[in-house]
Design a protein around this ligand. Sequence first.
Ligand SMILES: Cc1cc2nc3c(=O)[nH]c(=O)nc-3n(C[C@H](O)[C@H](O)[C@H](O)COP(=O)(O)OP(=O)(O)OC[C@H]3O[C@@H](n4cnc5c(N)ncnc54)[C@H](O)[C@@H]3O)c2cc1C
Ligand code: SF4
Ligand code: SF4
Length: 395
Amino acid sequence: MHNIEKVIQDNMCSGCGLCVKTEKEMCISDSGFLRPLIPINDVLSARSCPGSAVDHHNGEAPYDVLWGPIFSSNVGYATNEEIRNSGSSGGVISALLDFLITSATVDAVIHTGASDQDPIRNKTYISTTPGEILRNAGSRYAPSSPLSVIRSLIGNKKKYAVVGKPCDIAAMRSLTSSDIELKTQFPYLISFMCAGVPSEEGTLRVLKKLGIKDRRTVSLFRYRGDGWPGLTKAITSSNEEHTMTYNESWGTILNRHLQARCKLCADGIGEAADIVCADAWHESENGYPSFEEAEGRSLILSRTSAGANLLNQAIQAKVIATEKFETSKISEIQPYQSNRKKTALARKLAINLTGSITPKYDKKYRLITAASQSNVTDLIKAFAGTFRRKLKKTL
Ligand SMILES: Cc1cc2nc3c(=O)[nH]c(=O)nc-3n(C[C@H](O)[C@H](O)[C@H](O)COP(=O)(O)OP(=O)(O)OC[C@H]3O[C@@H](n4cnc5c(N)ncnc54)[C@H](O)[C@@H]3O)c2cc1C
Ligand code: SF4
Ligand code: SF4
């Protein structure tokens, strides 16, 4: 069996879209995730499919075993209030994209927004104006395939910044790292920390909880944004507005519908990106991240010299405002990602024991050292939970 078919059969596809020629060839499957209709099994797929192997290809920056390659660690926000308010956390990714376009550093950016045909589905956009970038600011907790447009762009002499989930960006890094033409064409790879992609069923459950019976009546749907974290909001064709908090939509519904590949992910922190952003949550009284409404703030890690230079230029141009943030404190604002890296190896071994394949993470990810920083109880829980779910076919 070809590699890609095995990835799909073993449910390790992340839906990145690199193995198809157009977005139309990625379809929502019965389980509610984007999957290739007829995957292309060629050298590009073999080199880059993140369901098969993952490598950040970064020997440039000092490596932190929990937080990956890091040149600089900051918290910050977009100085443009509209971008900050529309963005998922501090609007930093959108501000950087805006800067790349207005400074003509790239011709276009490839990113994800609500489909104009169906607001609960995603579409990949190739944006060339600040207005388009602003329209697609914010997190979309639904399947996305940003790499489904890549093959149609290769060789067209234009330059693109690509925004994607860490798995999408690892695939792009593998694609471009050994090919100077591709590296020139896709010079900036930007990501965000990612806890996983919920299926379409997750969003339908949110609509149900909001009291919306027919998805076709939804004319606008936002997962968050318009503040930080902002409300999950649906507006219907009769102009009724339905909302719930981010804590309720993500924390009680969406996070129960995650893709199998995401449950085994050892890189939810975008180790292959030039720059990765995340929520720089403030601490609550009990020491956990607080989801109280506040002015948007992003954690910003630059991971390559290209990323560090871009960040410095954006700071100089006053497009974003930042202050230094100690790497040793990231675990306090991102405890989930810290635990995930430490238990990644245990979850992977549990699946391998059942005879199924898991993506091969390059040794640069230092999963054994990360596991050694976990306590034994957490490792056993992660191993046993994953093994049980796999045997029960709930993974
Ligand atoms: C699936 C998912 C999981 C996440 N998990 C975490 C997490 O574990 N920890 C955490 O701190 N934050 C998580 N986030 C939120 C993410 O941290 C914020 O988007 C990040 O802080 C960047 O905020 P920003 O305001 O700088 O970005 P913005 O300026 O809002 O820009 C966000 C960019 O991401 C793109 N985008 C949005 N949704 C998707 C998608 N589904 N696929 C590909 N690209 C997309 C948009 O097109 C936009 O260009 C997640 C987001 C998503 C979509
Ligand atoms: S992870 Fe991406 S490249 Fe691999 S099979 Fe899925 S869509 Fe294709
Ligand atoms: S959790 Fe990992 S595999 Fe899942 S979408 Fe995020 S980066 Fe990709």
